[in-house]
Design a protein around this ligand. Sequence first.
Ligand code: 5RP
Length: 293
Amino acid sequence: MADLDGIKVEKNYHLDEEFAATGNFHVKGAANLDWGMKKRLTNIFNPKSGNTVMFAFDHGYFMGSVSGLERLDLLIPRLIDHVDVLMATRGALRSSVKPGFRKGVALRVSSGSSMLNDDLSHEVIAVDIEDAIRMDVDCLAVQVFIGAKGQLESIDNLSRVINAGMRYSIPTLGVVAVGKEMERTDQYFKLATRILAELGVSIVKTYYCDKFEEVVAACPVPIVVAGGKKLPEKEALEMAYQSIQGGARGLDMGRNIFQSYHPAEMADAIGKIVHEKFTAKEAWEYYSGAVHS
Ligand code: 5RP
């Protein structure tokens, strides 16, 4: 246990060097995966930009009907053409989203707590792999609680889901959970994202932080950045821009889209940053123009 016994060697993330193991595939760390995995990852990451706008509306799995998500049946048809991927529970998808859409699907498959619990870190796998196959999803999303009381069970959940996904060529998205007691530092995110990648996820969802480029460099699979609590739109666009500048391959946003007064325009503005290299200023001008037209 070198780093625990006092031997410290300075780290070098080689920030001036691109990821070297790309092969001829556009998704980081996926060059050696099989055809089915690559097909599904291409449903998530646009082959031209290499990036994705994921729309997360899975909050109900532990928060119930949060503001903005009261009526999925009304919201999702308004937003679906403005994003690349829907991240949701099977209950939300089956009950409220017509199946004939041509977007990626990230299916939330872990659950087990609610807002009524102090400790949210104890989860189980809630969806059988057969049901994910029936729904033809593009990845399986599992919450992982590194450093929390539920760490062992969440890593067990993640590993079981990765193993099942590997059998049927369905990638896993590991979601780095940030509990009350965990700090949002680059040290924490470097630890958590790397653990998830080494365990075999194909995508990591985490938060933006200082030294984000180092978090990205040390993670051999693509990172998508979570939105978190609602920010003023201008700040959310700045955060999206900084994330993409720092090497994120997309955003996986919920509240910063669906709690905006203009969710479709906000999703479009995020898409301009993610796919068209807009700066935060350009995206803000685009958003402002769209909502005032
Ligand atoms: C929970 C999740 C949710 O999808 C997440 O909360 C995304 O939504 P938001 O952008 O509102 O935080 O992964 O960890």
